[in-house]
Design a binder for this molecule. Sequence first.
Ligand code: COA
Length: 378
Amino acid sequence: MNSSSSHPRGEPNRRTPQSYGLDDVIVADTELSDVDGRSGRLTIRGHALHELSGQVSFEALLGLLWDGRLPEPRAEREIARALGQARMAAHAELWRLTPALALDDPMDALRAGVAALPPGADERAAALQLVASAAVISAGWWRLRGRERPIAPAPDVSHAADTLRLFGLANDALRARALETYWVTVADHGLNASTFAARVVASTDSDTVSAVTAALGALKGRLHGGAPGPVLTLLDSVESPARARGVLEGLLARGERIMGMGHRVYRVRDPRADVLERALLELDAGQPSPRLELARSVETAATELLAERYPERGLRANVEFFTAVLLEAIGIPRELFTNVFAAGRTAGWCAHIAEQRRVGRILRPAARYIGPPAVSGS
Ligand code: COA
């Protein structure tokens, strides 16, 4: 395709990089979450992030996102029971997803597996099915990749502990709690690219499964949910704190981006990086591991270098930076990081899909035509 055009890009429709990225364009009202990029605050349905992360279960967060308030213990147990049943149902359907599970990339497998699910009519049932399936399909892919049989879910344990079990990973209370803290931290985050994708599909009055399938495609991208694996590759290449600045300088000189740094909205350190770093310390029994020490030195060097280059941008560590180190410490293989992110974010997508559907108007922006004018008289 030819991207050049003789058509003028003049006033009054002149586009800036900001308008191409839809920065600050408001296309929805939401009661779900608010991202304050200047002060570095994330609010989820009236709760500051630090009141939720490490404080409430993932099941309770589902109640908050889907029903509007943190559930009472009985209601929380009911959500846990329904989610356990949904894991069982998803496991029973795995055999139907064999072609998807044979794909090489785990996010492709998850997207194709989710796309093959029946849409269903009931919004709540679809949301439970999708949250459960995101974990069960990803774990199924991992087990089959290792030539092992998928593990049957244990519906009575927490979603986090059971997910680690399904992957065949150590699922002690400390690790399960760390995964839960991670999921509560990433479950919803304003109108990020994948949530927007889900809302666009929902606005057409399409079904929840289709909207989540679109969101998975958006999340897979390296600039969105695909960053944490490369963050570990970066830490591996740095090897020791003393080398951090030199390695990063080389990377920037080659025109590459430092993965896990920068954010469209935050101009300060991503608050999710703070809570994930705390969760890491908890997992390490209060003593930073050598890996965490290395990550901190890379973050410091990256912050300094990016401040020198882009003093006005405020490029700081984002959620993916400490996601990488935390998921690694939990024992999750790095090729599964984006899938595990998706398993938590599905909760937020489903809440946004329901909210968008209530608007009842199709999302349909405009593009400025810069192609050649029609040849008159032909
Ligand atoms: N490393 C190096 N340079 C970076 C950077 C990074 N991590 N993040 C932004 N920049 C640079 C850009 O190259 C751009 O420079 P230019 O004007 O010379 O082209 C400038 O900063 C402005 O960046 P911009 O692309 O406008 O930021 P954005 O808001 O569109 O992008 C991200 C936000 C998250 C996509 C971007 O910061 C990034 O690519 N980060 C790395 C990937 C990542 O961690 N993604 C997870 C996000 S949660």
